[in-house]
Design a protein around this ligand. Structure first.
Ligand code: SF4
Length: 237
């Protein structure tokens, strides 16, 4: 990408809502979303490749340079009290996110950041974010990437002791649950949610039924993908 940013600007893919948070412990809660450009991973089943995959998308065309003040004015004018910042990988732009998160909290809003768990949050950002939804990529979801790229154990440990993180794993088969169990036990990750991989309501419903009992037996919480069940694979919902 050729875009240069000022210190008070973010590279945004889209903003949308009001809708609902579709995954994890805040599922069903009304929210608006700010989706940032760029990612440091290349997951084959990524559902937002337009934020990072320049082999399939014109990223300069997908990106909008947006000031923090513009995003604050937009988000605080919405009739919701939750702002979800997602990506891509939003912590790539974390230095510029601090002022946004602080402004949202000062306006009385709750801020959640969705992250793949490979970049540690700076203390100045940690202070303003209500919850990090940390979603490490398992070997099936992140197929083709070495574990050392997908799983940053030191960073996961940092999130685990932060008091601000929940861990959310996308699962495509029961075998994935064993990989999660190892990560959870070696880093004391908690709380842990598992949710089914799928691009259609039928896939999500079928996989959720397959993984539900084994996940509960292992001590994990369950999540569905409510936005997908409700609106299908529509962008911006
Ligand atoms: S970490 Fe998330 S945004 Fe990045 S490639 Fe993987 S699924 Fe896509």
């Amino acid at each position: 990408m050729t875009i240069t940013l000022a210190d008070d600007e973010l590279l945004v893919a889209e903003r949308f809502g009001p809708t609902v948070q579709g995954e994890g412990p805040s599922t069903g809660r009304r929210a608006v979303f700010v989706r940032l450009m760029n990612c440091n991973l290349t997951c084959k089943t990524c559902d937002t490749p337009y934020t990072w995959d320049d082999s399939r998308f014109d990223l300069d065309a997908e990106a909008t340079v947006t000031s923090v003040s513009d995003l604050l004015a937009w988000a605080t004018a919405q009739p919701v009290d939750l702002v979800v910042i997602t990506g891509g990988e939003p912590l790539i732009q974390q230095r510029r996110l601090i002022a946004l998160a602080q402004g949202l909290v000062d306006a009385g809003l709750r801020v959640e950041i969705e992250t793949n768990g490979t970049i540690a949050p700076a203390p100045d950002l940690l202070a303003w974010v209500s919850q990090f939804n940390v979603s490490p990529k398992l070997s099936t979801f992140g197929a083709g990437m070495p574990a050392s790229k997908r799983i940053k154990r030191r960073v996961l440990g940092h999130f685990a002791v932060s008091g601000r993180a929940v861990f959310k794993f996308v699962v495509s088969s029961i075998a994935d649950l064993d990989e999660i169990t190892e990560l959870v036990s070696s880093h004391d990750l908690a709380p842990v949610y598992v949710m089914p991989e799928g691009r259609t309501a039928e896939e999500v419903t079928r996989r959720l039924a397959e993984i539900a009992d084994p996940a509960i037996e292992r001590g994990f919480h369950l999540s569905t993908r409510l936005h997908l069940l409700t609106w299908g694979d529509q962008r911006g919902r």
